[in-house]
Design a binder for this molecule. Structure first.
Ligand SMILES: [Zn+2]
Length: 135
């Protein structure tokens, strides 16, 4: 993983040498969610267990973001996509590709953790994104 502090706790890790998203699986209905939360958004059961998902998936759809949303300090434009991860969870995530002509539904992608911006204290802040998987 690139050196720097995570943009927020509890979203991703690289403990096994490969980046993974920290998701949750409901102990009652079995559905998965990201980011992880203690209460299931589908059946409202109070009980989830933390799981790791990724790094491989497929791009379902995408859009280009041309202006920085409030609070976002990374580069623009950027692509935002919905990625269907192997294992059956779809997540919304930034894409590293900034050329929309290189994106298409079904594109194999992989999770990366990379620098997004430098904070006011001069520290690099890292976040997760998906890039086109190596062929
Ligand atoms: Zn549930």
């Amino acid at each position: 993983m690139a050196d720097g502090r995570p943009i927020a706790p509890g979203l991703f890790d690289v403990d096994a040498g490969e980046p993974r998203l920290i998701a949750a699986e409901c102990v009652a209905c079995g559905r998965r969610q990201f980011p992880a939360a203690a209460v299931c958004p589908y059946c409202a059961a109070d009980g989830t267990r933390e799981i790791r998902v990724g790094p491989a998936g497929r791009l379902e759809l995408y859009t280009m973001v041309l202006r920085a949303p409030p609070g976002y300090r990374g580069p623009v434009p950027y692509a935002l996509g919905i990625v269907a991860l192997d294992g059956g969870l779809s997540v919304v995530a930034r894409l590293t590709e900034t050329d929309a002509t290189r994106l298409r539904p079904g594109l194999p992608v992989e999770l990366v953790v990379e620098p997004l911006f430098t904070d006011d204290a001069g520290q690099r802040v890292v976040s997760y994104a998906f890039r086109a998987a190596a062929a």
